[in-house]
Design a protein around this ligand. Structure first.
Ligand code: SF4
Length: 116
């Protein structure tokens, strides 16, 4: 039987692999070979670490939880147009500096486009 941290890692990997749709808790335990008690502990831990979302769902007449990843993984396409790549100030841009991502309107505008 794998250690609990290994089970957490495996559970998280399975949840990530399922994408935005997630996976039912009971299916996850089956894949992990864990019992429901250990499985519930692991999912609660992952939720407490803010890594997953547990959403109550009726499945085959019984309440269960659907587990999905909290933050979608970053895809390379989403950062291809980041303004820093072509910025003439990139070598001077540091946190707390005269030129800084905190003060940069270009990066602020770009971040807004990600939420559209
Ligand atoms: S945060 Fe702004 S100033 Fe800094 S490198 Fe990126 S685009 Fe340039």
């Amino acid at each position: 039987m794998p250690r609990r941290n290994e089970l957490e890692d495996q559970a998280l990997q399975i949840i990530i692999n399922r994408g935005p749709k997630g996976i039912l808790q009971s299916e996850l335990w089956r894949e992990l070979g864990a019992n429901s008690r250990d499985g519930s502990r692991i999912s609660l831990k992952l939720e407490k670490k803010n890594l997953i979302i547990r959403k109550r769902e009726m499945s085959k007449g019984r309440w269960s939880y659907r587990l999905s990843i909290k933050r979608p993984l970053l895809e390379i396409d989403s950062i291809l147009d980041i303004p820093c790549i072509s910025c003439e100030n990139i070598t001077f841009c540091v946190m707390g500096g005269e030129v800084s991502p905190i003060r940069c309107k270009n990066i602020a505008n770009w971040l807004i486009t990600l939420t559209d």
